[in-house]
Write a protein that binds this ligand. Sequence first.
Ligand code: ADP
Ligand code: MG
Length: 687
Amino acid sequence: MNLESSIKTLTKIGPAVEKRLNRLGIKTIRDLLWHFPHRYEDFSNQKNIADLVLGETASIKAKIIQINTVRTWKKRMILTEALLEDQTGQIKAIWFNQPYLAKTFLPGLILSLSGKTAFRDEELYLSNPAYENALNNTHTARLAPIYPETQGLSSRWLRTYIRSLLPMIKSIPDPLPNELKQKTKIIDLPRALNQIHFPKNFQEAEIAKRRFAFEELFFIQLAFLKNKHKLAQEKSPQIPINIELIKKFLKTLPFELTPDQKNSLWEIIQDLNKPYPMNRLLQGDVGSGKTIVALAAAMAVLNQNYRAVLMSPTEILAQQHFKTAKEIMARQEKKYSVGIATSSKKENLDAELLIGTHALISQSVNLKNIGLVIIDEQHRFGVSQRHALIKSQKLVPHFLSMSATPIPRTVALAVWGDLDISLIKEMPKARKKIITKIVPPEKRKAAYDFIRKEIEANRQVFVICPRIEEKIKENFEDFMPRQASWDDLLMSEVKAVKNEYKKLSGEIFPDLKIAMLHGQLKSKEKEAIMKKFTRGEIQILVSTSVVEVGIDIPNASIMMIEGAEHFGLAQLHQFRGRVGRGPHQSYCFLLTESPAKNSMERLKALEKFDSGFDLAERDLVLRGPGDLAGVRQSGLPDLAMASLKDIDLIKMARESALKILKSDPVLKNYPLLQKGTERFQKILHLE
Ligand code: ADP
Ligand code: MG
């Protein structure tokens, strides 16, 4: 059996079934066998009829005494009733809308049935039980796997079909070497496949799941490490370590670098000195001062007559970096030119230091001779972007990503195992702790009074609005919830901002200067508003989450977040980072109407913790890894994602991968590992 063959090559899979399987993402035999249950129905409680009690889920073996089908008075439902008997007694089973049962199951047949007991007409009956010939045990009297389903393809069908494939499973070669399995106490592939679909008990299912989670994490590590190895074969400009130059640069700054900034810079400078490309992630909380570290590294590169590029996700951020960089250059002895490329502004495109958005990778921008590429607020540089940049280079540029979403170290390893990571943990000294408060409805007025006082003291205020999730009307015909489109969501976000703006400027602060910022404005308009806000001509800025990343307004001292329960921890923390950037005591108000218990816990965590790393760890516990910012976008397959909480498993996968590659860097002796690794390189979009 070749796992990569199309499901079409299997028996009993015609075009209709194939189409349905495709809908579940199942194209190959591997996809089908790896279509794992998301839970199991526990039908393992086997009983005699006489011992059944009301409301329990149980399994019986019984003979059919009588079976027939009736229409209910409503004429809408068809009931199939069977009278069943074992040595201890009789009971009825009732099925809804399955008239064919009366034709398939004739009196005398012995069935195995699993389901819940209910009470009607003063007698106990089995309601809609799962059933099968008592000689089988695929659907009843066991843990029955429940799969992700699609219309016309039930768990029952999947169970039957996958069960029929199991005899062939024995011949599937296991890519994991025996020695590794023994050491890590991971079970064999055929056994694991058997056990994940048809476990004898929950423990067996867990053991099987662990095997597959390990396998995914292990292949992911192999893919990352091989990618790293491949990068090390490429040629990059080798930038000499010039301490004097860096010292001179740092002397032009109005502050001294923190120890973490210094360490990070040192790690980067050492990477730049290697003949192959750096691939490093600089992680540090909002406001921890990543930009200056990156610019110092850029200086080292510029000094060697290579150019540097700094790419931001938004126009506003690019503008801000452009301004900062120009100010810094103005103070240098040797003044390198600075250019900018965004969709609306292109200036000095041949500059030595180029700043911009995605627009940088467009035809008109001169990208010759780039030695360093810095990506702001993105975890990973996309493959296509990388290609676009490498294309025009003689040597491969060094890559530095900067991210303000801190995630726990092990998780980072599992998600970005090919990146080296530098951490800026502590904040620059001068910064005051931001006072964070949950504001219930009855304290709203007090919050407004406080805002007024701050504004009278010349401070500025952000108000962030969540999108309004409009309740979708449910009706009888159309009970499937409609998926709101992106346009709808954008609209409701804009609507929320407009409403809030109307309220604040009309009723609450009619005498103050208030403006709004949202995704529907043109970038020129946004830019104009941000400029006014920066110059202090706007006192309150009502905004959607567009304000989330990067912007620096030192005079803003209050961040007021409406409907705070609608945002994730990482995002709230990002918002909060917009204030407290100047010398003033700053505040973050979390407004919430009636939060559910776990959103309240989230908000309380924010009140308590300042550090993004502490919060990320809380988030991991409260909501699971899938909700950590940046992790979901990593493209990790489901099982690996689900196992990110399992620190030991991640470490084991990393160490095993390192060990095997150390002894056999190209996996020459492990063709199956090699093939699997290639598969995961594709899944993870690694070149
Ligand atoms: P982020 O890490 O969020 O990108 P920035 O690089 O924008 O943070 O830095 C935020 C602010 O802190 C900037 O105004 C920057 O000049 C300032 N800053 C950076 N490093 C230090 C430091 N060591 N001491 C004091 N201020 C600093
Ligand atoms: Mg930044």
